[in-house]
Write a protein that binds this ligand. Sequence first.
Ligand code: UDP
Ligand code: MG
Length: 149
Amino acid sequence: MERTFVAVKPDGVQRGLCGEIIKRFEQRGFKLVAAKFIQASEDHMKQHYLDLKDMPFYAGLCKYMSSGPVLAMVWEGQSAVKLTRMMLGETNPADSKPGSVRGDLCINIGRNIIHGSDTLENAKKEVDLWFKAEEFANYTLCSQPFLYE
Ligand code: UDP
Ligand code: MG
């Protein structure tokens, strides 16, 4: 089982897409193990996107990500990191296939409504950056034996 960090960005929140996005992860069979609705500081977003610090869009990205509340979540499941990235689509919504979150629900690369960790290593870092140990729910999904053999 893997855990991955997913966040509905401020634009996704403002556009009323939290429910639609949660629905897709639930329906795929992923288990929600942590969630919070918070406005992150610019410093927190600078830490989150540290890998991109030399990119021309870094400052604007961190400002936008801290401009309003985000829905931060940790989803658990088999191959959760890879499958989540596939569900998100490409970074640029214009390259994202219909059926993906970005391919169905947004248009512009700078307002692409959702974040998902790109590797298992980054997922671990991001989960630790956003959540404390006591913020995780410890439970078994009743659908578990019908999702996995
Ligand atoms: N981004 C942007 N302009 C670009 C590339 C990226 O505004 O040319 C933003 C976009 O919101 C993207 C985020 O920076 O989601 C992080 O970029 P990354 O390459 O990590 O894409 P992601 O992992 O989100 O698909
Ligand atoms: Mg990324």
